[in-house]
Ligand binder design. Structure first.
Ligand code: ADP
Ligand code: MG
Length: 359
């Protein structure tokens, strides 16, 4: 097994800079997820690690060795793609063992590895089938099996579950988590789905336009987003953003107010703030609590009764909509007026550049 070190990694296609100097340390055995919107460079970065894309600048090390120009097959990595890329005319057994046959691994050893992978993935009963006789989830399992038999130091997954339906995706997520526990290998997993990132990762790397926005544990990113991008990307429903200005500065607290919110004091580092500084106040749907004297008042425009919770869309004075997460039995109807108080401990303030103010 091996850790990875990415130092100022860059990738350009002609004039276009796609990966703009990524620095990242990945520990041996860690499960790291690259997450970000479509086109932000996740696959490109993963393919650079795999050796499928040339590295334009910077340095990539795997297990302490610089591998910038090392051939893909000599990097100790195995990649699983979104499209399963199975050979249709071969059985599952032969698909899983194909790489080993190319490497001229002796038959007995090959057989043992294929059967062990099949056991881990619970597909021993499928070994004689052709890919056409498998479901999407089973095909993806074969593709993962093909990676397992190579005994890589590092597994690379590029949106492996995107072609599966929602419930199967949840099952496969658990299987991949379990695989990580069983094998103890380093895994790097790319997805545009923040829920997938939150459920799988030890460490999430949020990318936007080829730049790392933040690296942290799922709860780090949820509770302490570094900027507006991360705050808006991680968490569901999306964080609410309300425009405010600074009305008072105290010792370690700032009082803010705006068209949609009456004055509230938030404990933050006040360096650089002035009376009148424009800020954005971020509060999550589930951190807005009903309160008679709440700082936020609005009109209910949509109610979703989900049983375990009630999601309410509310229009504020400026016309802006916010989302509120209330108890499953909370009685509310379209047209009602609601008064809400944001949980001050969980409010995040962002400066005009979009950076979160430290607490
Ligand atoms: P993601 O996986 O996050 O959706 P990609 O890594 O596939 O994003 O792509 C990142 C950006 O690089 C996109 O804007 C894409 O158009 C561009 N790109 C990818 N491959 C090439 C290529 N071979 N030539 C030029 N641009 C490319
Ligand atoms: Mg991609």
């Amino acid at each position: 097994m091996a850790g990875l070190s990415l130092q100022n990694l860059q990738k350009t296609y002609g004039e276009v800079e796609v990966i703009k100097g990524v620095n990242l340390e990945i520990e041996h055995g860690e499960f790291v997820v690259f997450v970000g919107p479509s086109g932000c460079g996740k696959s490109t970065l993963l393919r650079m690690i795999a050796g499928l894309e040339d590295i334009t600048g910077g340095q990539l090390s795997i297990g302490g060795q610089v591998v910038n120009t090392v051939q893909p097959r000599d990097r100790g990595v195995a990649m699983v793609f979104q499209s399963y890329a199975l050979y249709p005319h071969m059985s599952v057994y032969d698909n899983v063992g194909f790489g080993l046959r190319i490497k001229k691994t002796p038959r007995d050893e090959r057989d043992a590895k294929i059967r062990e992978a099949a056991r881990i993935l619970q597909m021993e009963h499928l070994l004689d089938r052709k890919p056409a006789q498998l479901s999407g989830g089973q095909r993806q399992r074969v593709a993962i099996g093909r990676a397992i038999v190579r005994e890589p130091e590092v597994f690379l997954f590029d949106e492996p579950l995107s072609n599966l339906d929602a419930s199967l995706r949840m099952d496969m997520r658990m299987e991949i988590s379990k695989l990580h526990q069983d094998l103890g290998a380093t895994m790097i997993y790319v997805t545009h789905d923040q829920v997938e990132a939150m459920t799988l990762a030890d460490k999430i790397v949020v990318l936007n336009a080829g730049v790392v926005q933040q690296v942290g544990s799922p709860l780090d990113l949820y509770h302490h987003p570094a900027n507006l991008f991360v705050a808006g990307f991680i968490g569901s429903p999306k964080m609410n953003f309300i425009e405010v200005t600074v009305s008072e500065i105290g010792a370690g607290t700032v009082t803010v107010a705006g068209p949609d919110i009456s004055a509230i004091s938030v404990p933050v580092a006040t360096a650089g703030l002035e009376i009148g500084s424009p800020l954005t106040l971020g509060t999550r749907a589930h951190h807005l609590l009903p309160a008679e004297q709440g700082a936020i008042t609005g009109t209910v425009i949509l109610v979703e009764h989900l049983g375990n919770e009630t999601i309410v869309n509310m229009r504020l004075a400026s016309g802006k909509a916010v989302v509120v997460g209330l108890g499953g039995d909370f009685r509310v109807a379209v047209g009602d007026t609601l008064h809400l108080a944001p949980d001050i401990e969980k409010v995040v303030l962002f400066d005009a550049k979009g950076s979160a103010l430290p607490r």
